[in-house]
Write a protein that binds this ligand. Structure first.
Ligand code: ADP
Ligand code: MG
Length: 399
């Protein structure tokens, strides 16, 4: 689960990390109070969306101006005009995709006089099975580009979970960033603070880009991106409340209510499959025959008729879907349950697009019989290859 920058900063502040003061603007009426709470002389107005690259982003609407999603204002009046320009507009950044994201929240914070910008993140490192810091002197820019062009400028500091963060980790971090004296001490303290916050809240990623040195010699977290491990959220009900559903795909939210593993994709063929491996094979074979899948969907091993109906509704609600492929191997899952689920769903929502069903495994004959006798316009398939070719042909026949 991802959260907004202002929420991440509030969390880090609670753990004692150096974060500039600021106030969130959740509705237009919050603007005056939020701006007044920041003393200036520079106010930074920041779009709050779950995507990076906001500074260099562009708004779709001309009224929002050309200045990007993070703006420096020299007066409270200017800050106010930025708020009015950005609120409710659509920001396109390198990470949002071409459609962009609507800015429904803003954050106004005190401007910092920046001397240097660094990159610092903490993540779960699969090779060591522990938390690692990743640091670079090349902050404020795209870290993937730095990793590709100057891999020697990326430093990884692995932390043993048995000891947790130790002073030597902090010293290594300071050295990696070229910090000495008091700034090295601040870096050491920051590493301990961030590690504590990371572990205590079950984060899966924490990215500070940029971490800055101010002109008066202070380390500060100027940006903060936090993701939590969703499997651990049950331990943190207060963090679950930070979830912003407007940032998530509606179909994915609906799927999560039914415990369906669903990921929206860009193509035209909706897929309903049981088992993650079979689902991936299904996406591959659709691509092999020249079309693109509209989603990944694993209905799971023991899906009920209700779950199958919900899955089918989610797929058909997607206007991009021009055809549906149901591919079920009945192991624990029984083919007749799937057949009944599909029929119930088709009856409930109607079928506007071609539907190919491939069933195999437990109760397959019963499943096929139910579908054949349903009177619905379903194209049966013998195997995965046949199914993929049939749905691709059906989708193309419609174009
Ligand atoms: P993003 O990574 O989404 O572009 P950032 O929060 O990193 O957003 O902001 C982009 C840039 O704007 C930063 O690299 C920094 O140069 C500048 N900036 C952000 N916040 C402040 C601030 N409080 N004071 C001064 N400059 C800021
Ligand atoms: Mg940033």
């Amino acid at each position: 689960m991802n959260i907004h920058e202002y929420q991440a900063k509030a969390l880090l502040r609670r753990f004692g990390a150096p974060v500039p003061s600021g106030a969130a603007i959740l509705s237009a009426s919050d603007a005056d109070a939020a701006i007044a709470s920041v003393t200036g002389p520079v106010w930074v107005v920041k779009s709050q969306i779950h995507a990076g690259g906001r500074g260099k982003g562009k708004f779709v609407e001309a009224e929002a101006g050309e200045l990007g999603g993070v703006r420096l204002a020299r007066s409270a009046e200017e800050a106010k005009s930025f708020v009015q320009q950005m609120f409710g507009r659509t920001l396109v950044t390198k990470q949002t995709g071409p459609a962009g994201k609507q800015v429904n929240r803003l954050y106004v914070e005190e401007g910092s006089a920046i001397e240097k910008e660094f990159y610092l993140s903490a993540l779960v490192d699969r090779t060591t099975g522990g938390v690692a810091f990743v640091a670079s002197t090349e902050g404020g820019m795209d870290i993937e580009e730095v990793a590709a062009s100057h891999p020697e400028k990326i430093h990884t500091i692995a932390i043993d979970p048995a000891t947790g963060v130790m002073p030597h980790h902090g010293r290594t971090l300071a050295k990696a960033l070229g910090l000495t004296g008091d700034l090295a001490k601040q870096a050491e303290k920051l590493s301990a603070t961030l590690y504590e916050a990371f572990v205590a809240t079950d984060m899966s990623m924490l990215e500070i880009n940029p971490l800055i040195v101010t002109e008066d010699g202070q380390l500060r977290c100027l940006d903060a991106k936090v993701s939590f491990d969703s499997n651990a959220l049950y331990r943190h009900p207060e963090l679950a409340e930070l979830r912003d559903l407007t940032e998530e795909d509606e179909k994915e939210i609906e799927a999560s209510k039914y415990d369906l593993a669903y990921i929206a994709l860009d193509g035209t063929i909706g897929c309903m499959v049981n088992g993650a491996g079979l689902a991936m094979a299904t996406l591959d074979i659709i691509k092999l025959y020249g079309e693109e899948p509209a989603n990944f969907l694993d209905v799971g091993g023991g899906a009920s008729e209700e779950k199958v109906t919900a899955a089918f509704k989610i797929i058909t609600a997607d206007p991009q879907v021009k055809g549906i492929l149901v591919n079920i191997f009945g192991g624990i899952m029984k083919c007749d349950v799937i057949a009944n689920g599909v029929i119930a769903a088709v009856k409930a929502v109607g079928l506007q697009v071609p539907l190919v069903v491939r069933l195999e495994g437990t109760n397959v004959e019963e499943g096929k019989r139910i579908i054949a006798e349903s009177g619905l316009d379903v194209l049966p398939a013998d195997d995965l290859d046949d199914a993929a070719q049939k749905i691709v042909a059906a989708v193309r026949g419609r174009n």
